[in-house]
Write a protein that binds this ligand. Structure first.
Ligand SMILES: Cc1cc2nc3c(=O)[nH]c(=O)nc-3n(C[C@H](O)[C@H](O)[C@H](O)COP(=O)(O)OP(=O)(O)OC[C@H]3O[C@@H](n4cnc5c(N)ncnc54)[C@H](O)[C@@H]3O)c2cc1C
Length: 456
């Protein structure tokens, strides 16, 4: 059985300007009945609720109830790197090798469309969430890895991966100047964005409440009946009462298996660390986002903010050997001690022009990702449980996948359309076959950490 969200999570910088709905409850007790119950108020749950209510736009909307164990958007979405980074060539290459180019290209296109979709949403809803669309730069700092990455990249157009055409490669001659990263041996650049995820999601939750949705923070779903009752409804127990519903959406990410045990070992809580670095003295601002990669186990990601600060996450090399510090670990109320000092002097060490910046770590926090054992999210109808849906397991990469997955789930729930017509990539579908596999990409067979677990 998996863990429930920990109490008293470390404060993340994204959650320093709290929205009025942060601790909101629509009423003292939950309704005894609801048409749809969504468990989780991160980007996945918010997207499902928003799209369901949008389909009805106030005309006889279904009764939608969102249950959240802690404060609104206090899980991974409120604690992440804010990087909206569609992958056009890296993991896509691995997917092409395993599932074929067509399936891989479908994922690349799905991720790419998140940048436009979220940009349009921010405009049309006038959301104050600091969205910036820019370029991502993946900087290679290890000669062997750089050569390998370039060779796989060069292979992609030949097997029909069109998304690779959107990527520019800068070789060693120019890489250091292009990226401003010390020792850069090559870099790949392509379109990406960054955003204040908490503000985005809270705005959306606010819209849902305005449209009649009910939101209950500090209200964990503690138990779901294994069978439906005589009226075809699932029963959900919460500390604020019991709800009966025909449709349940599990948007509870890393914590899925605590209430849906069939996903034990399939979606595993994986602990990560992120921080905010602030310069003391004026410095030429970075305008693009970064991944700095020294080896498969040594890599960090970084987004610059318009206020001059940078959000940096990673430090995995400092703790991955001690599996218990991160694998199946949902303690976002504790620091990962070996990673604590890693970001001190980080910008001075790695970026030209930051040596005299006096940049210091202003805030550091942990967060819990839902890693999927086969590296793909689980989306769709829960096998064998009619009326139950899942949207989880984004493996540290939910920002360019969750929003439109939520739209697809909304259409499946409220219009009854099949997964194949939901717009979600076919290989994301949760199936009995996937649940039966013993594969674990997160941990290798001999207790070694698998190479493919290094996503962000
Ligand atoms: C440190 C860190 C850095 C990251 N950086 C990035 C990044 O830069 N870019 C990127 O694409 N992705 C990143 N990710 C991953 C990304 O944040 C996630 O993929 C995404 O936010 C998942 O959204 P979600 O809504 O599915 O899950 P969550 O945001 O985790 O939401 C799930 C919610 O469900 C609630 N919940 C759980 N169980 C229950 C229950 N039983 N009852 C009621 N509520 C429950 C939780 O409290 C939580 O609020 C990062 C994650 C972490 C932790």
């Amino acid at each position: 059985m998996g863990a429930m969200p920990a109490k008293h999570a470390l404060p993340s910088w994204w959650r320093t300007q709290l929205h009025q709905l942060d601790d909101y409850v629509s009423s003292k007790s939950v309704p005894t009945e609801s048409d749809i119950v969504i468990i989780g108020s991160g980007i996945s749950g918010a997207s499902v609720a928003y799209h369901i209510l949008q389909q009805h736009k106030g005309h006889n909307p279904p009764r939608v109830t969102i249950l959240e164990a802690r404060q609104a958007c206090s899980g991974a979405t409120g604690r992440n790197g804010g990087h909206l980074k569609p992958d056009p060539y890296s993991f896509i290459g691995e997917l092409a090798a395993e599932y074929g180019p067509e399936a891989a290209e479908e994922v690349a296109e799905f991720e790419r469309s998140h940048v436009d979709t979220i940009s349009n949403l921010v405009k049309s809803e006038m959301i104050d969430c600091d969205l910036v669309v820019t370029k991502a730069i993946d900087v290679q700092l290890n000669p062997r890895e750089c050569k390998k990455a370039k060779a796989s990249f060069d292979h992609l157009p030949g097997i029909g991966i069109k998304s690779a055409k959107r990527v520019n490669f800068t070789d060693q001659k120019e890489a250091e100047v292009r990226s401003r990263v010390k020792g850069a041996l090559g870099c790949f650049s392509y379109e990406a964005g960054h955003v204040w995820p908490y503000k985005l999601v809270l705005h959306i939750l606010g819209r849902c409440v305005e449209q009649g949705g009910k939101l209950y923070t500090h209200t964990p779903a503690q138990y779901i009946s294994p069978e439906k009752d005589a009226s075809d409804r699932w029963t959900i127990n919460t500390p604020r009462g019991t709800i009966k519903t025909k449709h349940v959406v599990f948007a509870c990410n890393a914590y899925t298996s605590a209430i849906l045990p069939m996903y034990s070992n399939k979606i595993v809580p994986v602990r990560g660390v992120c921080c905010r670095i602030v310069p003391t003295f004026p410095v030429k601002r970075l305008t693009e986002t970064y991944t700095l990669r020294w080896s498969w186990s040594e890599f960090d990601y970084l987004i610059p903010r318009e206020d001059g600060s940078v959000i940096v996450g990673g430090a995995w090399s400092k703790y991955y050997r001690d599996t218990g510090t991160w694998y199946n670990n949902a303690k976002d109320n504790e620091m990962i001690e070996p990673a604590k000092e890693y970001f001190d002097g980080y910008m001075q060490r790695n970026f030209h022009g930051w040596e005299e910046s006096g940049a210091y770590v202003d805030q550091i926090w942990t967060g819990i990702m839902g890693y999927s054992a086969d590296s793909l999210p689980h989306i769709g109808q829960v096998p064998g449980k009619q009326g139950q849906f899942i949207i989880a397991g984004f493996t540290g990469h939910g920002m360019p996948q969750a929003w439109l997955s939520g739209k697809g789930i909304a259409a499946m729930v409220s219009e009854g359309i099949p997964f194949a017509e939901s717009g979600i990539p076919r290989i994301f579908e949760t199936t009995q076959g996937r649940l039966q596999k013993s594969r674990n990409d997160i941990l290798g067979t001999k207790g070694e950490v698998a190479k493919s677990s290094a996503r962000l």
